[in-house]
Design a protein around this ligand. Structure first.
Ligand code: HAM
Length: 442
């Protein structure tokens, strides 16, 4: 079988089985995605976060204003299009959409601080490579309405709790403060003045950033630029006293929670909305795309999006694809694909009809039942039962229908038992329970 259609570059299918993509990256099976998602949901519940789901389509202006006109995302990575009078964008991230929803639905009126989490696809027209996709998946949180350092520390604690629950260790948390936008503006001017005379020595990317977003030059991986930055003005020298107190409090709380971090004075992040605390979580197994997650405070975003009152806020987002790379590198335990509780093989037309009906009845009782839909031979059906790793199989033919009893076979031991039709459900449930608890079957 074949088709000339393929997934678009930078996107991928999630299948029942794991497979390796063209770039040699293992794509996790859907069971592993469910496992990660269920773990995220469990950690969120324990930390008292409730879910928010926003559309994948948003107005382009929301992203342009929210994420910032001068960012790479808005300059060159948006999947944006026009229909009629409306400009649409496939969301490149979920923070601006969450703040839009908070303002649109007056979520502040629910009272107190809003603690929201999300899971879902995002889109960025980046150059695809290992750990970098055009459609990727984020999970994250946003805490809206809290300016306390405890909100910053809780944000980081939730991220670490998810990683720990998934069995990831050996992670590096990098932490910084950007201070207030006013002080940062002063710093950007000083940085620009310092770098201007060296403009000709800068890489194309940094020269472009010098014009549009000089702060991002701090992110450079180019060695001679890093050297140049050693004598550049320091962001921390421009941060005011109040911001420093806040930053110290965040660090103290993290220490209190036994969360290790490393100060990263040049960590500025690629989105414009950040103020005060910023952080990234790195995993050594990831290679070039080492950022597993990133986040920070964004106290001015609500006003940028039109709010007449400030909404202090902080959050993070993690990339699911990168999380899988880290899980693979750590060889973390994950569940295999689901297996049926029982496979029912049918011999003959009457048996097929009985199996089809009885399967539905057993499924209604909560059992995971597999059967053949191709009218195959008994041998082929039993082979299929093996392939699907069903712990039990039944063969139904004319004799069984007449006796109104099935022969239930335990696949591993080969042991067989006669079970009357009307006792099938409790029998199977009892046996499966015994298996699940590891005890001997009753
Ligand atoms: P971000 O750093 O742009 O932050 O993205 C967060 C995470 O998404 C990254 O650390 C990475 O794991 C993943 N990611 C980003 N781009 C790609 C890509 N092209 N392919 C695969 N994974 C990717 C944000 O999006 C902010 N909204 C985070 C935040 C939430 N800040 C405050 N609240």
């Amino acid at each position: 079988m074949s088709t000339s259609f393929q997934t678009i570059r930078g996107t991928f299918d999630i299948l029942p089985d794991a497979y390796t993509d063209d770039g040699g990256t293992r794509i996790a099976p859907s069971a592993e995605w469910r496992h990660v998602e269920a773990t995220v949901r469990d950690v969120m519940r324990r930390h008292n976060f409730d879910e928010i789901r926003t559309p994948i389509l948003e107005p382009t202006e929301l992203v342009a204003r929210g994420v910032g006109e001068s960012t790479d995302i808005v300059q060159k990575e948006m999947f944006a299009f026009e229909r009629g009078d409306t400009q649409y964008v496939l969301r490149p991230e979920i923070t601006a959409p969450v703040v839009r929803a908070y303002l649109q639905h007056h979520l502040d009126q629910r009272g107190g601080v809003q603690k929201l989490f999300y899971l879902g696809p995002c889109f960025r027209a980046e150059k695809p490579q290992k750990g970098r996709y055009r459609q990727f998946h984020q999970f994250g949180i946003e805490i809206l309405g809290a300016d306390e350092a405890r909100a910053d520390a809780e944000t980081i604690a939730v991220l670490m709790a998810v990683c720990e629950a998934l069995g990831l260790s050996d992670l590096k948390l990098r932490l910084n403060t950007l201070g207030t936008p006013e002080r940062r503006e002063e710093y950007v001017q000083a940085l620009e003045e310092y770098l201007r005379p060296y403009a000709n020595e800068l890489s194309d990317t940094s020269r472009r950033r010098l014009e549009r977003n000089p702060l991002r030059i701090l992110d450079t991986k180019v060695e001679h630029e890093q050297k140049l930055l050693r004598d550049a003005p320091k962001l921390i020298d421009f941060v005011d006293e109040e911001s420093l107190v806040h930053y110290d409090e965040v660090k103290g709380l993290l220490t209190d929670l036994d969360i290790e971090y490393e100060e990263a004075p040049r960590l500025v992040r690629g989105l414009d909305y950040y103020t005060e605390t910023t952080f990234e979580l790195e995993s050594p197994g990831l290679g070039a795309q080492s950022a597993l997650a990133g986040g920070g405070r964004y106290d001015r975003l609500a006003e940028v999006l039109g709010s007449d009152e400030p909404v202090p806020a902080v959050g993070f987002a993690a990339g699911m694809e990168r999380l899988f790379l880290a899980l693979d590198a750590a060889d973390a335990e994950r569940p295999g694909p689901p297996t049926p509780d029982v496979f029912i093989a049918a011999l003959g037309d009457d048996a097929e009809q009985w199996v089809f009906r009885t399967s539905q009845e057993l499924r209604n009782e909560g059992l995971h039942v597999a059967h053949d839909l191709m009218g195959r031979s008994l041998k082929a059906q039993m082979k299929e039962a093996n392939r699907q790793k069903a712990p039990y199989a039944m063969i139904i033919g004319g004799n069984e229908l007449e006796a109104e009893a099935a022969t239930v076979k335990e696949m591993k031991s080969g042991e067989q038992e006669e079970v009357p039709f009307d006792e099938l459900t409790p029998y199977l449930q009892r046996r499966l329970e015994g298996n699940a608890s590891g005890g001997a079957p009753a």
